[in-house]
Write a protein that binds this ligand. Sequence first.
Ligand SMILES: Nc1ncnc2c1ncn2[C@@H]1O[C@H](COP(=O)(O)OP(=O)(O)O)[C@@H](O)[C@H]1O
Ligand SMILES: [Mg+2]
Length: 262
Amino acid sequence: MLEVKHLRVRFYDNPQQNEAVHDISFHMKHGEILGLVGESGSGKTVTAMAISGLMQRRQTICSGEIWFDGKDLLKCSRQDLRLLQGRDIGVVFQEPMTSMNPVMRIGPQVEECLKIHTQISREERRQRALQALADVELPEPEVVYKKYPHELSGGMLQRAMIASAIVSRPKLLVCDEPTTALDVTIQAQILDLLKKINREHNVAILFISHNLQVVHKLCSRVAVMYQGELVEEGSCEQVFFHPQQDYTKRLIAAIPTRRKRA
Ligand SMILES: Nc1ncnc2c1ncn2[C@@H]1O[C@H](COP(=O)(O)OP(=O)(O)O)[C@@H](O)[C@H]1O
Ligand SMILES: [Mg+2]
């Protein structure tokens, strides 16, 4: 479904810097959850943005291939790109507070993508948005629909973000550190929710995190990035219990051990 081949990304305004993403290749199957891990600055977000089309073309030089549903996203027309990346690929970011428009009610924000990419009626859009809000297990979707972002807690807002990412029923959901800004209990709830959505909607999830424990809970396969390169890839079992690369071994050794119980 998704195949990234020899992807390289460099920023124009940063010519001294090595490539932010340096020749990475990986693939994802339909309905699969792939974890992408690595320390801060390793190129995870840049990879996510290249796939979801959020990279400013003027800012970056990309090369390689990103095959999604039989089309190379780095070569297809602007129109195709807008459609694929807006409708078939949903994105969820770390900071729901800054990713949402503070002066717009939740409902219209969740519907936004339907407004751009479909011809369905206003009422049908509203129904789809309410359904998406219910799918992310927000209580009283009708009430949440009319609220402003600041009226929701961080966890509820992240659910609303997920609702707007799945409302167009994408085939791929790209989640970039979606739980990092949330406290541990809420984090666990969001992970359960993503699992449920993956199962029920059969949507593939590219789950990006610097937190290996979280990735282990959610993903079946994991890819490890280090300084813009993909250094290791395999099943969670393989990578976590039999890491091949020194960097992966160090990353795993750095996982904090279970906190002492009081
Ligand atoms: N807009 C930008 N302009 C210049 N360099 C950038 C930009 N965004 C990211 N980078 C650089 O690309 C590299 C990878 O960053 P990023 O993908 O955000 O890392 P991660 O998400 O793994 O923490 C870093 O060295 C970062 O400084
Ligand atoms: Mg990042």
